[in-house]
Design a protein around this ligand. Sequence first.
Ligand code: GUN
Length: 284
Amino acid sequence: MTAQLIDGNALSRQVRADIRERAAALRERGVTPGLAVLLVGDNPASQVYVRNKVLACEDVGFHSVLEKYDATLSEAELLARIEALNQDPAIHGILVQLPLPAHIDDHKVIEAISPAKDVDGFHVASAGALLVGEDGFKACTPYGCMKMLESIGMKNLRGKHAVVIGRSNIVGKPMALMLLAQDATVTICHSGTPDLAALTRQADIVVAAVGKRNVLTADMVKPGAVVIDVGMNRNDEGKLCGDVDFAGVREVAGWITPVPGGVGPMTITMLLANTLQAAERTGA
Ligand code: GUN
């Protein structure tokens, strides 16, 4: 059996159509959702990501500003800029593209963003809200993965075992909490997990979020399982690939996300969803 694809581009188009409509309704009431994207330095991958975020804003009728700074920008200057954006009523979401140059403390910068504008969902207030089940912005990548599961009828996950490979603050940990919030039984695996395959073979849902090729191979997957691939790597030919051995795993899994065209487009779309939510919350 060959797995069915969960098409991130198609789902993204559907979700964006709804966002576009809601943004238009907000604009009629005099509020244009606004996102500020801050990039420090000239990391080539970051340049591509921020451009795509700005283009996505245009696509759904948001206002966006892209602020690019030289790698020599001081931490104090960046914090001052964030404070000004916190006070700016035209800006509902603030995103500081990571990684930042080494002389700037990521943590300090993220905590400087007002939790009301933390559309990346990285602030401790957002992470804490997710932990205790309160309202808050959800980190975009795991939020997109949850939407992908929902799109194939997997919303209530009671009775399902989900295995998350990776424990980053940006993906692995929030992913596990979102799955748990839907009543899944969740196992978090990482580089110190002794027999990864023994755990993934029990999983109804596997999320691979490590940043390394071939972390999940066909022999590690239960027939019919749902496999979500968060990885973004390059293979030996320089082609984009995920953490999952796609060709092998698709012959065993029931559903699988491709790379590219899977989780990636959903991440940006959920950033738009968070920005819209931030604008709607301003009470307009
Ligand atoms: N760098 C890589 N992914 C992300 C992301 O989702 N948000 C931010 N701010 N930086 C990133």
